[in-house]
Design a protein around this ligand. Structure first.
Ligand code: UDP
Length: 365
């Protein structure tokens, strides 16, 4: 006899949605997490009355109405629209790539002028069938945008040459010939009022949760505690890296409390030149239109992941994807264990895709 129906390893968004839904269906769940808090990488820490996105900025956006309504059960969302600024040397641009960006870059005004400029630059590249991120970016935006706004940022973020990165990464970003600085094309967007930790708390309400609990140690001590395991950690770690380690990017944050009420005038400012060592500075209060006297900023430094660090981004190039497929085969042979989430599925998921994947998985089980 098992004490629980489900042991859920990882109290992040995927684990929390699974736990919430299974609990609702009368299943007995135990949720554990290695960290000393719930909410995984969407965890926010309260500093000076500001929700600080401790593991990087998270902006909820989706076009999936079902997912949007699902999330709205747990919080009301504010009307924050992400409109990052890019700093390149002494120049300042709006993101994503839109008429404001092009106008600033070339002193032009109309979509026609922008199209002509970009078409001219794209023609010079002679790329017809983009095979990697560099070719994709050049054939979409031309040389100027690529050199000033993409190349340096991307190489810092991924620690790899743009020629060695998959094109899909850049396809995440909108590219438009209107004066629209909304970073996302999605129908719904916002930050949960009360913060992300409260959302996960609500999802896990009434359930047994043990933080500071390492799955591997816990399972060794309690091998038969649950009928089924839902594992949301790194799939390669689950199998003791026996086929080799998958690559991840990690992020280090330098967070500072500043004695001013508004440091950079925007939540997200990207530093796109290679020479500035961080990729972006987040000023957390602006996600919630904060009126506090002080402000909190985080500089983001990207690095290659090594054992013992927090993994953030899977590196979904061909080599890693094919290694992941081999781990997936091992996973399929693992009795009563379900893998999921950004780390379990080794996919560069946004939050809405995590929720969608969890809801789909629930239908299957
Ligand atoms: N990117 C870029 N310049 C920027 C911002 C993003 O070239 O100023 C590229 C970069 O390759 C990055 C990708 O777009 O990895 C996706 O950016 P996004 O902001 O969606 O990444 P996330 O917020 O998930 O880190």
């Amino acid at each position: 006899m098992h004490q629980y129906d489900y042991l859920i390893a990882g109290a992040g968004l995927y684990g929390a949605v699974m736990a919430h839904e299974l609990n609702k269906r009368g299943k007995k769940c135990l949720v554990i997490d290695r960290r000393d808090h719930i909410a995984g990488n969407i965890y926010c820490e309260d500093i000076e009355g500001i929700h600080v996105h401790k593991y990087g900025a998270h902006i909820f956006h989706t076009s999936n109405k079902k997912v949007w309504e699902y999330m709205n059960q747990f919080a009301e969302f504010n009307n924050y629209i992400n409109s990052p600024i890019a700093v390149y040397k002494e120049e300042l641009y709006n993101l994503p790539f839109n008429m404001n960006t092009f106008s600033k870059m070339w002193g032009i005004r109309t979509p026609q002028e922008a199209k002509e400029m970009i078409a001219k630059q794209v023609a010079q590249t002679n790329i017809t069938d983009p095979q990697n991120l560099e070719e994709q970016a050049l054939s979409l935006a031309g040389r100027d945008v690529y050199e000033k706004l993409i190349k340096g940022y991307t190489e810092k973020q991924w620690g790899r040459d743009c020629k060695d990165l998959p094109a899909f990464i850049i396809k995440r970003l909108p590219f438009r010939y209107t004066y629209d600085n909304n970073y996302f094309n999605d129908r719904y967007q916002g930050i949960p009022v009360g913060g992300y930790t409260a959302v996960v708390e609500k999802m896990l309400e009434g359930m047994e949760v043990r933080t500071g609990t390492d799955f591997f140690e816990f399972r060794e001590e309690n091998p038969d505690i649950a009928e089924t395991i839902i594992f949301t950690g790194m799939i390669d770690e689950y199998f003791g890296y026996k086929l080799g380690a998958l690559e991840y990017r990690s992020v280090r944050f330098e967070t500072e409390v500043l004695d001013c009420d508004n440091y950079q005038g925007n939540a997200v400012v990207n530093y796109t030149e290679r020479e500035v060592p961080y990729t972006r500075i987040i000023e957390h209060k602006h996600f919630e239109f904060g009126k506090q006297e002080k402000t909190v900023i985080s500089r983001e430094y990207s690095s290659e992941w090594k054992v013992g660090m927090d993994p953030y981004y899977p590196v979904n190039d061909e080599k890693n994807n094919s290694l992941f497929e081999q781990y997936k085969e091992l996973a399929a042979g693992e009795q009563n264990v379900i893998f999921g989430g950004r780390l379990g599925d080794y996919k560069y998921y946004d939050m809405d895709k995590v929720v969608e994947a969890a809801l789909n998985r629930l239908e299957e089980i």
